[in-house]
Structures are given as structure tokens and as C-alpha cells.
Design a protein around this ligand. Structure first.
Ligand code: MLT
Ligand code: ZN
Length: 475
């Protein structure tokens, strides 16, 4: 019974403009995620156009005991916006909070409402000669609010950190409908708890983020990448060190690319295979600076090859080639390459301390070979920050059934491996419903208890995204 009754919906209509509320078939299109999974078939989608509208909706829901699930660009991968099955709820979309409120190059900040896309922020920053650093494939759809709420990462984290590191202040509507305006632009402020950090990565469980002051950094007009074939995963850490040493401050991307995934992408999309030196893996490395980086790339490649870590490499010689390499990286996700197995396979968003990446990939591959021999297992992604997305998928239509039978054991093996290596099951996609029942052992129970206390303090009636993120207490 997720949808609230008609009288309540009518009362919301009285608070908002005509375009704000969608129900039935009109709402479903907005709730289907990139994998084609819909949160529900009976949803009330509420789209206030300003913070006062959000506040009015929160007040009304609080009074009526209706739960509120916030939605950004609907690009999430952890079922964080699924509606609770056991109580009336609405989906509150921030899509109409879509104004860039100010761009302040002298402060090195940009203030944007929660529904502004990451790409729009990047473009507005570029227009004043600055850069907004967080970047990932869904930039054109993912929003500031969603990125903040999942503490999203992407391919620039090795240099600039994740969303948490790029938010200076924020505005949020809290459980009684009050608007907390914490949009400060202070580089230093030691006047108490830094409450914005509670809302970053909270997945909408503590309030609705409506606007944020984002940090801008110097533009990097010179960006050049190299795709290098490596012989072994053990080459990764020495190469990362070499890149940092030969390009101090300029390394802005260091991504693992499995060679066969490049081939698969080429098969599926007609794209070209950029480099095939016969090795299992490549790394895609970007240097970005206010000065040309060609000499640094050449020195790095020569050192890497000299030390036996690089077998072959190409360097983007033009902006088009540069774009094409990163387009390949954006598209290499299973969303594009193994679309027929979406929802069936395991897609990991794990991170481990960076010196454990090779060990992690080996252990998971080994466990997959033992537990689900008819599966395809590979990893790609963010070596620079330890966040390798490993995929374990049925290898063919015939393998689907045995794979599904093996999946629970494989999940248990993944969890065990991540915990043994002091890693996390959720690095940048959030916990949502997907990982809620699995993350528990990752932290001391005291830590979850402290989170439960915070949740109770900020949302005593549990109206914000109930049942997500925090595991149920240990019995
Ligand atoms: C990526 O690294 O490509 C993103 O996290 C999205 C994904 O894993 O599909
Ligand atoms: Zn990623």
C-alpha cells in the first residue's frame, strides 16, 4: 500500500502548483531506473518547484505520517529510492529545483539547487574559467542532490576527492519542515559539528537536500590521457606511484580497463578497440594541468616501460582522441556491454585500501571460479581510490539458472573478502536497499548504533526514506 490516500494527495495539490504532482501512468516513467526497474506501480510523484514547496510537503507528510523518498536524477544503482512496502509514502523529486543560483569565481564556489545536473554545474564553472571536479558517466542526468546524497565519486576522485570533498555548504529541509540554510562558503569554520557531512551520503534519510555551495578548482585546459597495456595487476601500484612522481599534482584519473571489455564494447556498439597488446588489462591515465602535460606523459611512459610495468601504450594526440578514450571508459560499464544480464549479475561497488586492489581482484576471481564456474568475472574502474567495480555475470543464457543458484554463496564470498581486506561494500553508489542487509559486519555495532541515534534525533518519526541505509540492529 505505498500510495497515500486521495484526500492526502488532494491536500498536497492545494499546497503546490499544477505541474507538481503526477500519479499513475504519468508518474511511472519518472520512476523507472536505468535498468528498467520501477520502484512501484502505484506512486505519487511530488515535484515542488522551490524550497518552500519542499518545506510545505514535508510538514504535511510529517503531520499525516506519510514517508518521503527523495529522488534526484534516478541514476542510482542501489535501490535507494524504492518506496517502503509497509507504509504510505510519496516520491519527492528535486527535478524542478533546477536553478544555478550563483557562480562566484572569486570565491571559487557555485551554488546550485539540488535538481541541477552535474554536467550543468561543470559547464557553468567552465564558462567562468573554473572547474567543478566531480565527474562520472551519468553526468548529464545525475543531479547535485543525488550526488550529495550518495556521496558519489567517479573518475576524478584520485585528485579531487568525492562529492563530500567538493561541497562547502548546503541547505536542507528537516523533519518538521524547517529549512536549515547552511550554505556557507567558508574554507575554515571550526564553530562546532559540521552538520553538512551528516546529509552527505545520508541517502535522504535525515532530510531533503535542496541546494548546495559547491567548490570550484582551477581549470585544467591541458588534459591528455594515455591508455597503457599492463602485464599484471601487480603493475598497478608501482604505476600509480610513478604517475604521481612524474606528474606531481597533475594526475586526475587512473582507471582499470579489462581488454576483453573493450572488445565487447566494440562488438555491441561498433566503437573501436583502442589498444590490444594481448594483455588482460589496460590502465587509462589522465594528466590535467594549466600547462601542457605531454612531457610528463612521455617521462611517465618511459619510466613505466623501463621498469617493465607497461607493454604498450597509446597517447591521445587530439581533443577528439581524448574524448573518445573517456567515452570508451564511460561506456564500458555492464549497463552498455552486458545489457542482457542487468539485474541478474553481481555488480560490486567495493573499495579496499589501494595496495590491496590486486589481491582483492584475485580473491574474488578465484571464489567466482569455485562457486559459479559458468560466470564471467572481471573488474574495472577506479584504481586511484581503491574502488574497483567487479562484475560476476552468467556467461550465457544457459548459465543463468546455475548462476542464480550460486548467487547467494557468491555474495557471501564477496562480503567475506571485503571485510577481510578492511574494505567497504559501498564506495560511491550508496547502500540503499541493495546492501542494507549486508553492510552490518563491515562496522562495529557501536558505529551503527551511533548512526541510529543520529537518525532518531533528526527524524524521530522516521519519515525520511525509511528502511534504507542503516542495517536493522543485531538481535
Ligand atoms: C562507473 O564507474 O562507471 C560508475 O560507477 C557506474 C557503474 O559502475 O556502472
Ligand atoms: Zn564507478
Amino acid at each position: 500500500m505505498p500510495a497515500p490516500d486521495h484526500a492526502f494527495v488532494d491536500s498536497l495539490r492545494g499546497l503546490l502548483d499544477d505541474r507538481a504532482i503526477l500519479t499513475g501512468a504519468d508518474a511511472i516513467g519518472h520512476t523507472t531506473d536505468p535498468r528498467g526497474v520501477s520502484a512501484t506501480d502505484d506512486v505519487v510523484l511530488v515535484r515542488p518547484r522551490d524550497v518552500d514547496g519542499v518545506s510545505a510537503v514535508v510538514k504535511a507528510c510529517a503531520l499525516a505520517g506519510v514517508a518521503i523518498v527523495a529522488q534526484g536524477g534516478n541514476t542510482g544503482l542501489s535501490y535507494g529510492t524504492h518506496l517502503p512496502a509497509d507504509r504510505p509514502s510519496i516520491l519527492l523529486s528535486v527535478s524542478r529545483l533546477n536553478q544555478i543560483e550563483s557562480v562566484d569565481p572569486d570565491r571559487w564556489t557555485l551554488t546550485a539547487q539540488a535538481g541541477v545536473t552535474i554536467q550543468a554545474v561543470q559547464e557553468a564553472a567552465a564558462a567562468v574559467g573554473r572547474k567543478f571536479a566531480p565527474d562520472w558517466g551519468a553526468r548529464g542526468t545525475a543531479t547535485v542532490g543525488g550526488g550529495i546524497s550518495t556521496d558519489a565519486g567517479g573518475t576524478n576522485v584520485v585528485r579531487y576527492g568525492n562529492m563530500r570533498d567538493n561541497v562547502m555548504g548546503l541547505e536542507a529541509v528537516v523533519a518538521d519542515g524547517s529549512v536549515w540554510d547552511g550554505r556557507r562558503s567558508l574554507r575554515k569554520d571550526s564553530s562546532g559539528y559540521d552538520l553538512k557531512h551528516l546529509f552527505i551520503g545520508a541517502e535522504g534519510t535525515l532530510g531533503i537536500v535542496t541546494s548546495a555551495v559547491l567548490k570550484l578548482v582551477p581549470a585544467t585546459p591541458y588534459e591528455t590521457s594515455t591508455l597503457a597495456a599492463i602485464t599484471d595487476l601487480d603493475d598497478l601500484m608501482p604505476l600509480l606511484s610513478l604517475a604521481q612522481e612524474h606528474a606531481p599534482g597533475a594526475l586526475s584519473g587512473f582507471e582499470l580497463i579489462p581488454t576483453f571489455a573493450m572488445h565487447r564494447l566494440a562488438e555491441v556498439t561498433g566503437a573501436s578497440v583502442h589498444l590490444d597488446a594481448g594483455t588482460e588489462f589496460c590502465v587509462l591515465i589522465r594528466l590535467a594541468s594549466s600547462e601542457p602535460v605531454d612531457d610528463m606523459i612521455a617521462a611517465f611512459l618511459s619510466a613505466g616501460a623501463g621498469a617493465g610495468h607497461i607493454v604498450d601504450a597509446i597517447v591521445a594526440g587530439t581533443p577528439d582522441q581524448e574524448t573518445s578514450l573517456w567515452h570508451m571508459r564511460d561506456e564500458i560499464t555492464p549497463m552498455t556491454t552486458y545489457v542482457e544480464y542487468q539485474g541478474l549479475g553481481l555488480k560490486l561497488d567495493t573499495a579496499v585500501p589501494i595496495d590491496q586492489i590486486a589481491e582483492f581482484v584475485r580473491r574474488i576471481s578465484q571464489r567466482a571460479a569455485e562457486i559459479a564456474p559458468d560466470s564471467l568475472c572481471y573488474g574495472f574502474g577506479h584504481v586511484g581510490d581503491g574502488n574497483i567495480h567487479m562484475m560476476i555475470l552468467p556467461i550465457s543464457p544457459e548459465a543463468v539458472e546455475p548462476w542464480l543458484a550460486a548467487k547467494p554463496a557468491m555474495e557471501a564470498a564477496v562480503d567475506q573478502t571485503v571485510f577481510e581486506l578492511d574494505g567497504t561494500l559501498s564506495a560511491e553508489h550508496g547502500v540503499g536497499l541493495l546492501l542494507k542487509d549486508r553492510v552490518g559486519p563491515q562496522k562495529q555495532e557501536l558505529e551503527w548504533d551511533l548512526m541510529r541515534s543520529i537518525k532518531r534525533a533528526l527524524d524521530p518519526d522516521d519519515i525520511f526514506n525509511p528502511g534504507k541505509l542503516i542495517p536493522d540492529p543485531e538481535v
